[in-house]
Design a protein around this ligand. Structure first.
Ligand code: NIG
Ligand code: FE
Length: 415
């Protein structure tokens, strides 16, 4: 007989079960089980219900993890947009921005993304792996059990492969799941002798097939923005990526609109940023299957407005929230604080914030096996030391989980 593990009793479990992928969610629609037990088998949830009843039915093959204090259990969080594979710091950019320069001005002067590209190219793959794991540990301490990680600081065939290999090897060394995305279309590298179109042609013909062949990623991202790529330039690249079987996601509407329309036209999984999206873009996204991903960490890092998350939900859109953790625009890398702050600034219910970092974020990564606590889903769980779910968002990231379970195993405990 297979071994099973019963966790409990748990004061409150927010299962997320039955909440739709799109639209607003009042807090009273958040499904909660009180005095709950969670039975786990082979890394998956076998049963979730009332602990006292489940405990009566345990057999000799059931290990019990008896909880001695009050906990709220949530699905492990999913951070659907990060750039945590990088070397170096951009503290100087941050200081310059706060002294009055814009993100795009700093980039034009040779700072910005290109500075991180230089430092990342100079780093060994081992150093990149160490950096990823160090940052992922911090995310894990917030309850994040799945992290999307983009390339995009290599910007040549060789260096982009190095980044994607580092992400893959880091994934093998650390229990949190890493989902990689090729962001070779971040900017045209400054050392490339040719047009943005010529650069995109080379990466679509030389890099993307190698990524597929070596099974390094099945996702492609592109930065649609002034100083990066425009819609006309990127279309042939996205067509090629689609043809090769990649799933698409777009850095859209961060400083100027355009990217979200493209995301809808290409049926991308997600359109991320959306700080300057107007009602027109919001409606377009809401009528599509594209998930809107807000990145409050980038608004905080750049000192600019937040994604209109309230409007996106009210229009019937699917909202996820991710950290965008990167050395330039979003150095904080604290998803729980950022999501709670967006909730406060945009007047989101706790149910909407929680959905945006669990099953709705999982959908942005095309993962349908996590983010909800019900039979057959991954046993990815975080246990917060409180008896009331509202305390978690109220503390805006100050209340950390005490125990985290990934695929049914305890991988983190804070004493
Ligand atoms: O999502 N907007 C473009 N890319 C990243 C920033 C990368 C960087 O500044 O290093 C972002 O904000
Ligand atoms: Fe980003």
């Amino acid at each position: 007989m297979e071994q099973t593990t019963l966790f409990g009793p748990i004061c409150q479990v927010a299962t997320m079960d039955g909440i739709p992928l799109k639209g607003s969610i009042p807090d009273d629609k958040l499904p909660k089980i009180h005095r709950a037990g969670i039975l786990i088998k082979d890394g998956l949830i076998e049963e979730i219900g009332v602990y006292a009843e489940m405990h009566k039915r345990i057999t000799a093959n059931t290990k019990t993890i008896a909880l001695q204090e009050d906990f709220v259990c949530l699905p492990g969080f999913v951070d659907a947009h990060t750039h945590i594979c990088f070397a170096g710091s951009r503290a100087e950019d941050y200081a310059k921005r706060n002294a009055g320069k814009t993100y795009l001005e700093i980039a034009e002067e040779g700072g910005g993304i290109w500075d991180t590209v230089t430092q990342t190219r100079n780093a060994s793959k081992t150093a990149l792996i160490e950096g990823i794991i160090e940052r992922a540990k911090k995310h894990l301490s917030n309850g994040v059990t799945t992290i999307e990680i983009k390339s995009g600081y290599g910007l040549s065939v060789k260096e982009e492969l190095k980044m994607l290999e580092a992400i893959k090897e880091a994934d093998e060394q650390f229990p949190v799941d890493f989902i990689s995305t090729c962001l070779a279309a971040h900017i045209t590298p400054k050392d490339f002798k040719g047009s943005p179109e010529a650069y995109l042609k080379i990466i679509s013909e030389e890099l993307l097939p190698l990524i597929r062949e070596r099974n390094l990623s099945n996702r492609v991202d592109a930065f649609i923005e002034k100083g990066a790529f425009n819609e006309t330039q990127i279309i042939p690249y996205l067509e090629k990526a689609k043809e090769l079987g990649f799933l698409l996601t777009i850095h859209a509407d961060q400083f100027s609109t355009g990217g979200s329309k493209l995301a809808v036209e290409f049926n991308a999984l997600s359109a991320d940023h959306l700080e300057v999206s107007t009602d027109k873009e919001i409606d377009l996204l809401a009528q599509s299957n594209v998930i809107s991903v807000a990145l409050p960490g980038a608004s905080l890092g750049l000192g600019c407005g937040f994604t209109p998350a309230r409007k996106i939900l009210d229009a019937g859109g699917a909202l996820a929230i991710a950290s965008d953790h990167n050395p330039g625009s979003a150095p904080m890398g604290d998803l729980l604080s950022e999501a709670a702050i967006l909730g406060s600034m945009e007047k989101l219910s706790n149910a909407e914030v929680l959905s945006a970092i669990t099953f709705r974020a999982a959908a942005a990564l095309n993962l349908r096996d996590r983010g909800v606590l019900k039979k057959g889903f991954l046993a990815d769980l975080s246990f917060f030391p409180t008896s009331n779910l509202n305390e978690i968002f109220y503390h805006q990231g100050g209340l950390k989980p005490k125990m985290i379970v990934k695929n049914g195993k305890v991988i983190y405990e804070q004493n």
